[in-house]
Design a binder for this molecule. Structure first.
Ligand code: R5P
Length: 321
């Protein structure tokens, strides 16, 4: 059976990396607009995928509503032309922070997942969902990729005099990842406590003291950047002189990256390429998740081997074909 890796226009640097890594061409479909702003696709373009497997790689980041609807529409069209199986790789799943139950009913992300399933997604791949319990909201198979090893290896390989650093989690939600990285690297860990006052405003307390003078701040995302900025102020008061930020998803709303780069506390900001980052700066580094995504697709048999090149690259796997 033929299989294709596809993406939608405007949001696909990681999709390109995924296709490159799999040694195949990326098919990009242009999102078109009617004069009133409605989205549409050239329906004929999708006919080539009849009876095939399609892996659609598209993050659901900014502009959030537009990306969600474009993915829903593309999946619906793919289903209608007779695609055999549709896997959605949504490296960043928006609304995942809105996963708290409302009056004992599942939160907002539940609605998004249902919509994607109703449109026709058969299987999902995401990267570091905001909470791992979100996987229980899917009724189709989902592979929630962890980037903990990617972050840990990068810290180990690139941070000089690592013993000068402690690992810091900005809140309880980030504690597990931070502790695990700290354990692997034999570093101390500080867990701050955070209260979000209004949308942007956060209040952070750090009541532990570290013997180290530098910190590695690890979180699942940078959105407005307020969490990381407030945390850096608290750490500075506790005698920490500088820090490196590791965050999985560069959501980067409201000039967050510019705000962080303006602060001399930060030596470096390292984020994964689950969302596009347009700012280039020597203090910003992107970690590529493409190989993890391909491994996850292959391991869960959402994608199977198709070329000689891939055969040698992934020879340890046992394929259904
Ligand atoms: C919160 O639960 C998350 O883990 C992040 O700490 C938060 O979303 C970051 O948002 P911001 O950059 O807007 O403070």
């Amino acid at each position: 059976m033929n299989q294709y890796i596809i993406s939608l226009s405007g949001h696909n640097p990681l999709a390109r990396r995924v296709a490159d890594h799999y040694n195949t061409a990326l098919h990009t479909h242009v999102i078109s607009y009617f004069p009133d702003g409605e989205i549409c696709f050239n329906a004929d373009e999708f006919k080539q995928y009849k009876d095939s497997r399609v892996v659609l790689v598209h993050s659901l980041g900014w502009p959030v509503q537009e990306n969600i609807f474009a993915v829903l529409l593309a999946v619906d069209r793919l289903k209608k032309v007779g695609v055999h199986k549709i896997t959605l790789v949504a490296p960043y799943l928006s609304y995942a922070r809105q996963c708290q139950p409302i009056n004992h009913h599942a939160g907002t992300v539940d609605l998004l997942i249902k919509c994607l399933e109703v449109a026709g997604v058969d299987e999902f791949v995401c990267v570091e969902l905001h909470k791992s319990s979100i996987t229980q909201l899917f009724s189709r198979p989902v592979n929630n990729i962890s980037v903990e090893a990617l972050l840990t290896n990068h810290i180990q390989k690139t941070v000089n005099t690592l013993s000068d650093y402690c690992i810091v989690a900005p809140d309880r939600g980030a504690e597990h990842r931070a502790r695990s990285i700290a354990n692997t690297l034999s570093l101390d860990v500080i867990v701050a406590s955070k209260r979000r006052m209004l949308n942007e405003k956060v209040h952070i307390d750090v009541d532990q003291i570290s013997a180290q003078t530098k910190a590695i701040l690890v979180d699942d995302m940078i959105s407005t950047g307020q969490t990381i900025l407030e945390l850096s102020k608290c750490l500075a008061k506790r005698g920490i002189k500088s820090g490196i930020v590791y965050a999985v998803h560069p959501v980067l709303s409201a000039n967050a990256l510019e705000k962080l780069l303006a602060c001399s506390f930060f030596e470096k900001i390292v984020v994964c390429n689950t969302l596009p980052v347009t700012i280039t700066d020597s203090r910003v580094e992107l970690l590529d998740c493409a190989s993890l995504i391909i491994e996850a697709l292959l391991q869960s048999r959402m994608l199977y081997e198709h070329t000689t090149a891939n055969k040698s690259r992934h020879k340890s796997h046992n394929w259904l074909g």
